[in-house]
Every structure is written in structure tokens, then in C-alpha cells.
Write a protein that binds this ligand. Sequence first.
Ligand code: PEP
Ligand code: MN
Length: 263
Amino acid sequence: LASREMHRENTTITLPQSDIGSQTFTVIGGPCSVESEKLLVQTAEFLLSKGVKLMRAGAFKPRTSPYSFQGMGLEGLKLLQKMRAKTGIGIVTELMDTEHAEAVEEATDIIQIGARNMQNFSLLKRVGKCRKPVLLKRGLSATLEEWLMAAEYVMAGGNYQVILCERGVRTFNDHSRNTLDLSVIPPAKALCHLPIFVDPSHGTGKRAYVPPMALASIAAGADGLLIEIHPDPDHAASDGQQTLNFEATEKLLTQLKTLAGVL
Ligand code: PEP
Ligand code: MN
């Protein structure tokens, strides 16, 4: 179902806030985690003022250490909904387990499946039954074939609205958190008709490297970006070191516009 042999035309996903696919370039920005209503509203208003119509923020956080901030959970979903009612921005948030599928589907516009859950087959089957688009992150060491098969799991359940998101893979490199594999985009595009996004924040792990890799993603053929943005990254509850502040975001959005005529 994900294969181009089955479906020659690129898939476009239509949301009230914006279309996603090869006809347009979409930026999704926002904090790693839901922290407070104030943070969400402030970030949403900033993004909307710059033409960004979709916002990311995790209520359920897959943290490496069980002692790190685990996210606000169901309370965070409520804050996301309040923020959307106030601002109108679309929401992307992560679903970590089947138990919360209904609550997340209800609260969000796009359901994110994180890298660590790319091969959580019961979760993939569950979102296959959801009626909201799924943003499927590439697993930490997943081959293209494995990633496409994960998309196939979702589609086999009847949900054809899948967006792939490259977020860096594990290599021998120690100069960045992950190795952002932009070289996967051309072969992924050749084999599959789904929109492909890039997350240069998790892909690099360092905010200084986010803008160049965001720009490079356009040249590599990406259909959009998922970027971590926070008004005060040094005090963010998670992933501050790879998060852009508003000033850096504004600069990057201007560069993206000139490069791709985006937004
Ligand atoms: C995230 O987007 O905040 C996240 C946890 O991403 P990943 O699953 O790619 O690590
Ligand atoms: Mn993060």
C-alpha cells in the first residue's frame, strides 16, 4: 500500500490548517514537551504570526532515563486542546502506547509515533484504526525497508494517511546525537508515495546544526520539517540543547522561504 507500484501519484494529506505532501512544503514547530498552557499559547501565537500552522509538543515523552521528565500525560493533552481552541493551530503529539490511543486521537490533528516505537506492531495496528494522520518516525537503526513496512502496518489497518519522518540514525559518529540520514530521502521517494519529513533537531542534537540541516532537507527532496522551538530553550523541560529560540526560528523561516518559496 505504501509502494509507488501500487500508487504512482504522491499522496497529499489534507488538514483544515494545511495540506501536507509534495505540492507544498510544511513546517511543524514547537517545544519538545508540553510544559504549561502559557508556553503552548505563546509558541502557537509566534508560529502563526510566521505562517506556521502546525505545532508539535509531546504530552507523553519516551525518555532514555526513567528519572527524566516523563511528560504531563493526559493533563498535557488537555492543555493542548485548550491551546488549539484559543489559537486555531493544528497539533502533532506523540502516542506511546495503545492504552492512550483514544485520548490522543481525540486531542490531536496528527498522531506522532516515535522512533523507539517504529516497530511496536500492536501500536502500529492500533493507529491503523485511527482516523487521524500518523507521523511515523524512523527507528534508531531501521533500514528503509523496515521503515516502509512499519508504514505498511498502519495502512494495512485502513489508515492511509501516513507521513514518514527521518530523525537521524545511530552510527559510529560522536560529533552529533544521531546521524541525520538525508540520503534516505531519494530512495524513499523512489519506492514510496507518502510525504517525507525531516526532524533536524533530533537528527543533530545541537541547535547550531539545525538550520543548515533544515535547509539541506529541502534540497534532498523533503516535503516538510519537524523542528523543536521554545521561547527559552535553556530552560526547556526536555531537549533544550537542540531547540531553537524564536529569533533563530525567524531567521531560519526566512531562509526556508527564499530557498523553497515555502509558507
Ligand atoms: C520527539 O519528537 O520529541 C521525539 C521523542 O522524537 P524521536 O522519537 O524521534 O526520538
Ligand atoms: Mn525532543
